[in-house]
Write a protein that binds this ligand. Structure first.
Ligand code: EPU
Length: 418
């Protein structure tokens, strides 16, 4: 298994360019299934999760090819199977997003239930309730969602909780449904807006993406898309925190800073010096940040996906900070490992109380999920001495060339096989 070795304390200077968004790419890849045609997705990061989605599309009969410019071509005209097997869904929950497109185009789908996950139970009830409202008959049998319909019909669907995956699932399904679907209490995340752009390129009429009320006029037939995925705001946020720890200064390029407003505001409150332009964020290190209170929330609130990274910074704050995790019930797996690096953090259910220390010290730690791994990389970069991070396959799911990108701005970080 691969691991990372980091020699901490080196200042980071220069520019890091952000890759395409993993979480925007995944639903847009699933959208390719809606057309009996070829789609081209540009700026797709080369990551384990993207390869898993491509394997799933191939398992369904589609042809997928990556070219050297980071574009994926998906020919969904050859799709002839309608089942997403357990092994692929278990590896990556977003595989569930093929359910809506398969059902809408072929009238049938069998998709494994994803089961639990390291960060929480993560039910899919909102996906299934919405599809049923659109006329699907759904049964849960032998660990699979078995769904069928004649043709999906547009419906008015109000989500009980704003869910990113649920909103994407129903936008995908509604694109080939008969009539108009109105989603209310929809998720507002930028990935929803990117998905809407791709669907519009396929011929769907959509309004309101990025607001709580999205209207989708379903079509009888869709063409393939050519679409460029937006930059990964979570990767950007992760490097911005790296800049707050060690930037001298560090510039994160190719991003829309307004997508990270909640994080940038919190960092400013911590005393971090930040400059933004239309597509960059420049950050200088802040040796002992001021303590803050943070509560994760759906977009545009503070993202659960950058909570762990911010904690690496708050571990060094001058005082006591509090992070409340309100999206996932088990998203503090990095806490125990951060404490092994010398952080002082007390956990009480979904609340972490972080008492800042002047210095972290390197040791061997274990990555447990994607963003927890990013937090450990950040902590290792600032800790005194050597940190070894094991099980970095979690990191490879979501960060393209992370070691190389950090090396290019001066970090002493290398990958090795244990
Ligand atoms: N929820 C339900 N029922 C549902 C769906 C969701 O109760 O049917 C609950 C969840 O349990 C959770 C909340 O609603 O408490 C929000 O979950 P959501 O559906 O929004 O999350 P997701 O679509 O499963 C995506 C990202 C996550 C990110 C969350 C929140 C992808 C592939 N995943 O997950 O990203 O944390 O939105 O923003 O887009 C990551 O990249 O590391 C990651 C976990």
């Amino acid at each position: 298994m691969d691991a990372l070795r980091i020699e901490g304390g080196t200042r980071l200077v220069g520019d890091i360019r952000i890759s395409g968004s993993k979480n925007a790419s995944l639903p847009i890849l699933a959208a390719a299934l809606l057309a009996d045609d070829k789609s081209i997705l540009e700026n797709v990061p080369d990551l384990a999760d993207i390869r898993t989605m491509a394997s799933l599309l191939q398992t369904l009969g589609a042809r997928c090819e990556r070219n050297l410019q980071n574009a994926l071509t998906i020919d969904a005209s050859t799709v002839n199977r309608h089942e997403a097997p357990y092994d692929l869904v278990r590896t990556m929950r977003a595989s569930i997003l093929v359910l809506g497109p398969l059902l809408a185009r072929f009238g049938m789908a069998r998709v494994s239930l994803p089961g639990g996950c390291a960060i929480g139970a993560r039910p899919i009830d909102q996906h299934l309730k919405g599809l049923e409202k659109m006329g699907a008959e759904i049964q849960l049998r032998h660990g699979y969602v078995e769904a069928k319909c004649n043709r999906l019909r547009g419906a008015e669907i109000a989500f009980d909780v704003p869910t990113v995956g649920g909103t994407e699932q129903l936008m995908l399904a509604a694109s080939l449904a008969e009539g108009v679907t109105v989603l209310s209490n929809a998720a507002l995340e930028p990935e929803i807006v990117d998905l809407a752009r791709a669907l519009i390129a396929m011929g769907v009429e959509i309004s309101g993406a990025g607001t709580q009320r999205i209207q989708i006029h379903g079509q009888n037939r869709l063409r393939g898309y050519q679409h460029k995925v937006a930059a990964d705001r979570i990767e950007a946020g992760t490097f911005v925190v790296a800049g707050a720890l060690l930037g001298e200064p560090l510039t994160v390029r190719g991003v829309d800073p307004t997508e990270n407003t909640a994080l940038l505001n919190k960092l400013t409150e911590c005393g971090v010096e930040i400059r933004t332009g239309s597509d960059f964020v420049t950050v200088r290190r802040c040796a002992r940040p001021k303590p803050v209170r943070v509560r994760t929330a759906p977009y545009p609130g503070f993202p659960t996906d950058t909570q762990a990274q911010l904690m690496a910074l708050l571990a060094l704050s001058q005082g006591t900070s509090v992070i409340v995790e309100s999206i996932f019930e088990n998203r503090f797996m990095h806490v125990a490992e951060l404490c092994r690096l010398g952080a002082q953090i007390a956990l009480d259910r979904n609340e972490a109380v972080i008492t800042g220390v002047p210095q972290l010290s390197g040791t061997t730690v274990m990555a447990t999920d994607l963003r927890a791994s990013a937090c450990l990389v950040l902590a290792g970069l600032v800790a005194q001495g050597e940190t070894v991070i094991r099980r970095i396959y979690h990191l490879d799911r979501g960060y393209e060339y992370i070691a190389e990108k950090l090396q290019s701005v001066g970090a002493k970080i290398s990958r090795f096989r244990e």
